[in-house]
Design a protein around this ligand. Structure first.
Ligand code: AMP
Length: 456
């Protein structure tokens, strides 16, 4: 690699087909993670990357993987990319398609919530690269639609979200059925003790890339905050701020739960309904895709979203991220603000906090080593005395379902399993046995119950 101050894609010595595809994408120069990752990933070593979203992570791992990726008659995937959400599958598939435009490869995306047989038909035509959510991938492997024996490169993206969503058990079980001899690449926006544990258990001598220290905000995001006493006063503030469409050109409002998302959507509906969308995991798959598309097209310029669903999705040109509540776990704040100021464009983050949420704000500031400037609420903002259901103590709080990955550390059963999994591929091929081990939750309730059991 050229050691000059401004690295260029030419330094990568890309093969002709990849270079042509990259030229069409029109990127001027590689981002820092792309520069760091290229030689390391190519060396074949295991790599752990801590990098915030919007830093060009996908291209960072795909370029070196594709550089040496030869055509093969083998219809089974040799590159497997695991991601936590369906939206991220679609996004990465699109990005990979652009990169392999002039290469003889096929990429297929697999995710739940849609017909499995349609995906099975797609797999029948062969796929050298598969991008998948862990649950659906396992279903396909179990049904025999997909053989994982050829996987040479495993990428696990957004590991922190993956663990947050309770996919740890699925991940460790997938490790069992993947070939032992493979290169592992793992990316996360934040590093937690649980991720470190996962790395120690399963990754042999990984090389670390850290583009920004865990928790460091991107420089091109202007952060501000407002101290607001309660939910309904926060709604009043939004009504005032969001009126200014010129300033709030494309805005995501993050909330802690689906319930709050629905209520806020209803509260803001009369004023902003025609240009406002809502996205959370109770919405159907098609509805979610449509909403993402409408927000991308500019049909909506306001999107109400829960943490889990909007994390990792790459919206272009988001001018503002508003944290309607203050996340209990600082990592979530980092993910939220990463939706704006992407690919070196200036973004804005506004955090609303109540007195009760002040301690969460302090935790965020400690993580970032940055104090978020506080703005005076506009004079015309009306203070409301009305309490939202979660603010009424008698009814019990509908607390945020943000989960601290550190709390999900497995109990006895997991550790027994972990011992077996530890850096060893057992190569177990018995379908029934696999299914039993995987213990895929049948319903969301089961998943939550599993997690609770683990916490006990
Ligand atoms: P990611 O971090 O992979 O989600 O990428 C964030 C955005 O940056 C995506 O829209 C990429 O297409 C874009 N991007 C990736 N690499 C570059 C680059 N070298 N220059 C400009 N934009 C890029």
């Amino acid at each position: 690699m050229n050691s000059s101050a401004t690295p260029s894609f030419d330094d990568f010595g890309l093969n002709r087909w990849l270079k042509d595809a990259l030229d069409e994408l029109g990127f001027e120069k590689p981002t820092p993670i792309q520069v760091e990752a290229f030689p390391l990933v190519r060396s074949g070593k295991n790599v752990v990357g801590v990098s915030q979203t919007g830093t060009g992570k996908t291209i960072a791992f795909m370029l070196p993987l594709l550089q040496d990726f030869k055509y093969s008659k083998d219809p089974s995937p040799r590159i497997l990319i695991l991601v936590p959400t369906r939206e991220l599958v679609v996004q990465i598939v699109e990005e990979v398609k652009k990169l392999i435009k002039y290469m003889n490869h096929r990429v297929v995306g697999l995710y739940g919530g849609v017909n499995i047989n349609t995906q099975a038909l797609e797999l029948e035509e062969g796929a050298s690269i598969v991008v998948a959510t862990p649950g659906r991938l396992y279903d396909h492997a179990l049904n025999g639609n997909l053989k994982l024996k050829s996987v040479q490169k495993l990428v696990i993206d957004e590991v922190d979200v993956m663990l947050d969503l309770g996919f740890r058990y699925q991940l460790t079980n997938l490790f069992d059925i993947l070939p032992q001899k493979r290169q592992n690449l793992m990316f996360s926006a934040t590093m937690t003790s649980e991720i470190e544990e996962l790395i120690t258990d399963f990754f042999i001598a990984p090389k670390h890339i850290s583009i920004a220290v865990s928790g460091t905000p991107l420089d091109n995001i202007e952060q501000t905050s407002y101290s607001i006493p309660n939910y309904y006063t926060k709604v009043n503030l939004l009504r005032i701020l969001l009126k200014d469409q010129e300033r709030f050109e494309k805005c995501i409002v993050f909330v802690a739960s689906k319930k709050i998302a629905d209520r806020l959507y209803e509260n803001l509906g009369p004023q902003f309904g025609s240009r406002m969308g809502i996205i959370h995991s109770n919405k159907s798959q098609n509805n979610r895709f449509d909403t993402v598309q409408s927000f991308e097209d500019g049909q909506f310029n306001l999107l109400i979203a829960t943490d889990v669903i909007a994390r990792g999705v790459d919206f272009t040109g988001v001018s503002h991220v508003i944290s309607f509540d203050t996340p209990e776990f600082p990592e979530n704040y980092m993910h939220r603000i990463g939706r704006t100021g992407r690919a070196e464009k200036m973004g804005h983050s506004i955090l609303l906090f109540t007195e009760k949420e002040e301690e969460y704000k302090t935790a965020i500031e400690e993580l970032m080593e940055f104090q978020i400037p506080e703005l005076e609420a506009p004079e015309e903002m009306e203070y409301s005395a009305q309490k939202a259901p979660e603010e009424r103590p008698a009814q019990g709080a509908t607390k945020s379902h943000n989960r601290n990955s550190k709390l999900i550390v497995g109990g006895g059963a997991f550790h027994e399993k972990k011992e077996k999994n530890r850096k060893v591929n057992l190569g177990n091929s018995k379908k029934a046995k696999k299914a039993d081990k995987f213990k895929k939750p049948k319903a969301k309730g089961d998943k939550i119950q599993n997690r609770r059991n683990k916490k006990k």
